[in-house]
Design a protein around this ligand. Structure first.
Ligand code: ASP
Ligand code: MG
Length: 243
């Protein structure tokens, strides 16, 4: 199977969690699967970077902001690839542009237009786990773009579509999609399955579990997205067609 797994910031929040993600991916690869990992910046790195940037330029310089923020995901990708290597499994990290992700030129909220996945395919065929920095791409001018807050989800779903992956898993700090925020409402109920449109409605009402464009992408390309806890690995919620 070809499996795309996305790990959010909390799921990579410290070195133990980085190693746990590396072990999960290496375990699947050792069973004969081809594995692509999409990684977010660690913990609250992106928030801290945004605050730092505001100290030097409060008016926002969108192009430079993207150049700066994309580095958070790039750091995660390198670290995760090294953690996999330390387990004795070959891995290679890619930035969004090395992964062939082409976007429009809307800095800070770019849309993925195309993915030339040849280089990823080549490394998968060579037996490596491919670790892709989420949240970023390259615009027609050759400038770095970012996909909007939470955009690594969209990187993962788009890669799953272009690679024709068998599975697309989003590992996060909650164990699925709930009808309300489970961190605020203890009696919130979890969906075993949820349709794309209902999921989009939840996001519109403030749910942050998935980036809205990742769900639009999944709907348009017919990708089933599994949302599950990075800590338990138990089955979570499937976002897909509900019959
Ligand atoms: N690191 C980015 C953010 O915090 C992108 C992501 O995590 O998906 O929004
Ligand atoms: Mg998120």
């Amino acid at each position: 199977m070809l499996i795309v797994q996305k790990y959010g910031g909390t799921s990579l929040g410290d070195m133990d969690r980085i190693r746990a993600a590396a072990r999960r991916a290496a375990g699947l690869a050792r069973q004969g699967n081809r594995v692509v990992m999409v990684v977010s910046a660690q913990g609250d790195t992106t928030d801290l970077m945004i605050r730092k940037a505001a100290q030097v330029n409060r008016r926002g310089a969108a192009r430079e902001m993207d150049a700066y923020l994309a580095a958070g995901e790039q750091m995660s990708a390198g670290l995760v690839a090294m953690a996999i290597g330390a387990l004795g499994y070959p891995a290679v990290s890619f930035t969004g542009w090395q992964a062939g992700i082409a976007t429009d030129g809307v800095h800070g909220n770019a849309r993925i237009l195309n993915i030339d996945a040849a280089r990823i395919q080549k490394e998968l065929e060579a037996g490596k786990i491919v670790v892709v920095a989420g949240f970023q791409g390259l615009d027609p001018e050759g400038d770095i773009t970012t996909l909007g807050r939470g955009g690594s989800d969209t990187t993962a779903v788009a890669l799953a579509a272009y690679l024709k992956a068998d599975r697309c898993q989003i590992f996060t700090d909650v164990d699925g999609v709930y009808d309300r925020d489970p961190r605020l409402y203890p009696d919130a109920t979890r969906f075993g399955r949820i349709g794309y449109d209902r999921m989009l409605a939840l996001i519109e009402n403030g749910a942050q579990v998935l980036h809205d464009r990742s769900v639009e992408f999944a709907r348009d390309y017919g990708i089933r997205v599994e949302v599950l806890s990075a800590f338990t690995g138990e089955p979570g919620t499937i976002v897909g067609d509900v019959e």
